[in-house]
Design a protein around this ligand. Structure first.
Ligand code: FER
Length: 303
């Protein structure tokens, strides 16, 4: 219990009422009738191993003498929410309307907002370095606010906002993606559109990504939250996952939510859905998500 308190103060805020609440969202984004449990203790399994080492020296240090991309906070009108909302957008070095770019939509956790990824992982530094070294494709990274409600600040009981994370599916598909595709020079087919997220955003990625395999070719769930649906609801027909270019599941071995990722890994393995399984010795924390992003973007070949 002491560990739980230290690692996840917010876990203690979870209420059955919050999880059982009916969302005002389409069927594909409904909370499953039996959500994954929030806590079951950590049990490391034989294949819970890193697929990648810790990143090499200098990976997250801003370099002079290489071209830099831009990180800009933009606003858009959300028809879904009925407000003007914000999202952080990284454009790669030398971004030009003469070219078309693939896009990664990157989702934050339950206590985060559109600034969280920039604060936790400085994706602009990671990507500038990787692109300079030819290790990642130039891509646009969109970091929206996954709490699709009028007041989208992460304040008060953050678990009370869970329904808004379900509404986000419509905000993403109907407002965010069309905004990005109208304002930026992007490749708009599924092969060039990726979706990933941390914790709550990892669960959203699973739920939204598998419900719309025609829209996303690359999926990444980092330290997935228990909001991820179970396999029967995520993927009733395993053959439907065939067109996926990448399914990435990762988690820290000191994360109290590891069991959620372990279950996803076991379910995908049982259904023969190819995926990367990357377990580090991190916890439910920024260092975990930062290195996950670093390796994940290198797997986005967008071919
Ligand atoms: C839950 C739903 C989401 C939960 C945790 C989350 C522990 C997400 C956590 C995060 O984003 O860090 O029921 O219970």
């Amino acid at each position: 219990m002491a560990l739980m308190k230290a690692v996840f103060p917010f876990l203690l805020l979870t209420t059955a009422a919050a999880l059982a609440q009916e969302p005002t969202a389409p069927p594909s984004s409904k909370i499953p009738p039996q959500p994954r449990e929030s806590w079951s203790g950590i049990k490391i399994k034989a294949d819970d191993k890193p697929a990648f080492p810790e990143p090499p020296a200098g990976w997250d240090i801003k370099r002079d003498g290489i071209p830099h991309g831009k990180l800009v906070m933009i606003s858009y009108d959300s028809k879904t929410v009925g407000t003007r909302r914000k999202m952080n957008v990284y454009t790669p070095p030398g971004y030009s309307t003469e070219k078309k770019y693939p896009v990664l939509y990157l989702l934050h956790g339950i206590g985060g907002d559109e600034t969280e990824w920039a604060r936790y992982a400085q994706p602009e530094i990671l990507l500038d370095n990787l692109i300079a070294d030819g290790k990642a494709r130039p891509m646009i990274i969109v970091m929206p606010n996954g709490r699709a409600q009028k007041d989208d600040r992460p304040i008060g009981d953050i678990f009370a906002h869970i329904p808004a994370f379900l509404v986000f599916e419509r905000d993403l598909l109907d407002d965010i993606i069309p905004t990005i595709e109208s304002r930026y020079s992007v490749q708009s087919d599924r092969e060039h559109r990726a979706l990933a997220g941390l914790s709550m955003g990892g669960g959203q990625t699973m739920n939204i990504g598998f419900a719309h395999l025609d829209r996303f070719g690359w999926l990444g769930a980092f330290s997935s939250g228990p909001n991820a649906k179970r396999i029967e609801d995520l993927l009733p027909d395993p053959a439907a996952a065939k067109p996926l270019k990448l399914l990435w599941l990762s988690c820290g071995s000191r994360d109290g939510l590891l069991h959620v990722s372990q279950e996803l890994h076991a379910e995908m393995t049982a259904k023969n859905v190819p995926h990367i399984w990357h377990v580090t010795d991190h916890a439910h924390d920024a260092p975990e998500w930062k290195q996950a992003l670093y390796w994940f973007v290198q797997k986005l070949a967008f071919d």
